[in-house]
Design a protein around this ligand. Structure first.
Ligand code: FA5
Ligand code: MG
Length: 432
């Protein structure tokens, strides 16, 4: 068990089901773009390691399984880290061609304006049956005919990568997929998701007359990705606040998952998107912490449309109006890592594990637990190893800023002092 009460307390919030909450409105807007799909919005967040990882083909040593990244309730049970945990069960149960699953997910992760340890994902999947070709000569031709039925958009999408790449995205012939099938499914997948983003921006634009809060033109690009459960795989990024923001991951479903779900003749695509990230673009919400606010100055700004209005495509999206911008108070903390030498800061992506590795996410969690939502950002700003002693040092900058009021410097100092004490107590570091 490595799950603090700050996290378990969030389980009951279910923002994706709270009427008039921006996460819920975003969910409904996306659902409206997938007619005929089954919607599952009430799946329990406690899942088995089998569901979250094994069923999806995660290798035994995948960093996502680590206690530094995942909240465990016991050895075999976790708070789901993604909605993909329900893929296998849903492919087994659903007869419809497609489904959407919206749910709260949990991760030990970075602290900044677009990352939060509890967030909401929407999983989507669409499959076609090789045994139900509906008069078509092949599955590829069936899928292409469905591509033709998708709405068209006229935005320019940056998509420099071919569907297949020898190392990064090899054609998975062991799955029995033919290149033309994968091309057709990938095109249907990309077009379907581009349509979601285009719709989000169209609604955002209706609200302000501008494409985005910062008045930037919409820029969208596909980048290659890797997931153990799709191949080929991509991520979709949108330009936001001066940088590329990843909004979703997706790909062609690995055939062993469909085979194991009892539907070996079906092939298809799946995606998982961050509802907060999309809601930030839709409403112009600048900081992910705001979604958890119970301040009426936040909540009263959002109103779900009536069913009739929504059916007309009129979502009445109102741009978020910041109620005030309070000053930021940065504080640094520098320390020596425990153990004399050899300890490395291992981000989950980097290899190089040591006996008791120091992990960035352990610092992030202490920051969250001690200071909660008054921290806007925390990051390592300096790391070095002393050439003679071999000791490693880290310096973190924690930026304090409440979304609701101005913090006094006494208050900030007290919180920072608590964080310093906890770092010593929990991680055994030596303050510098
Ligand atoms: C996944 O979770 C995959 N399960 C997605 C997927 C599904 C791929 C089906 C293929 C097929 P990833 O870890 O990239 O992928 O997360 C998906 C999205 O969740 C991200 O693109 C981002 O929009 C959002 N996200 C991830 N971490 C956070 C976080 N800490 N806070 C807020 N949003 C996050
Ligand atoms: Mg990702």
């Amino acid at each position: 068990m490595n799950t603090p009460s700050t996290i378990t307390d969030a389980v009951s919030r279910r923002l994706h089901l709270q009427s008039n909450h921006p996460i819920s409105i975003t969910r409904q807007l996306i659902e409206s773009r997938f007619p005929g799909f089954q919607f599952h919005n009430d799946l329990f967040p406690v899942v088995s390691v089998q569901q979250n990882f094994d069923s999806l083909g995660f290798p035994a040593d995948h960093p996502g399984r680590s206690r530094t990244d995942t909240y465990y309730l016991n050895k075999n049970t976790v708070l789901r880290t993604h909605t993909s945990a329900h893929q296998a069960d849903t492919f087994r149960a659903d007869t419809a061609p497609g489904y959407l699953i919206s749910a709260d997910v949990y991760r030990r992760d970075a602290v900044d304006r677009s990352h939060y340890p509890v967030f909401h994902q929407m999983e989507g999947a669409r499959t076609w049956d090789r045994n139900a070709l509906d008069g078509h000569s092949s599955l590829a031709s069936l899928v292409w005919s469905d591509v033709e039925k998708l709405p068209r958009h006229d935005i320019k999408v940056e998509d420099p990568n071919p569907t297949f790449h020898a190392e990064r995205n090899p054609l998975q012939t062991q799955h029995g997929h033919a290149a033309d099938e994968v091309e057709a499914i990938a095109t249907h997948l990309k077009r379907s998701l581009e349509n979601v983003v285009v719709e989000i921006f169209a609604q955002a634009k209706k609200a302000t007359g501008a494409a985005t809060a910062a008045d930037e033109p919409l820029r969208v690009r596909w980048v290659e990705a890797y997931f153990p459960f799709t191949s080929p795989s991509w991520e979709l990024e949108v330009f936001w606040q001066g940088d590329w923001l990843e909004v979703l991951g997706c790909g062609v479903v690995s055939q062993p998952i469909l085979n194991a779900a009892g539907v070996p003749t079906r092939l298809g695509w799946a995606f998982g998107l961050g509802l907060e990230r999309i809601a930030m673009l839709l409403f112009g919400i600048p900081d992910i912490r705001l979604f958890w606010s119970v301040d009426s100055r936040f909540l009263s700004q959002f109103q779900a449309p009536s069913d009739a209005a929504a059916a007309n495509g009129d979502w009445h999206i109102a741009r978020f109006a910041p109620f005030s911008k309070h000053p930021a108070a940065p504080r640094d903390v520098a320390f020596w890592l425990p153990g004399s030498s050899g300890a490395t800061a291992s981000s989950s992506a980097a290899g190089g594990r040591v006996a008791a590795p120091f992990h960035d996410n352990d610092v992030m969690e202490i920051v969250r637990q001690e200071a909660g939502d008054v921290v806007e950002d925390a990051r390592c700003i300096d790391a070095f190893t002393h050439p003679r002693s071999g000791r490693s040092s880290r310096c973190y900058r924690v930026v304090y800023r409440s979304l609701e009021r101005t913090l006094t410097s006494e208050e900030v100092n007290a919180l920072h002092e608590q964080i310093r004490a906890r770092l010593v107590e929990r991680l055994g570091v030596e303050l510098r």
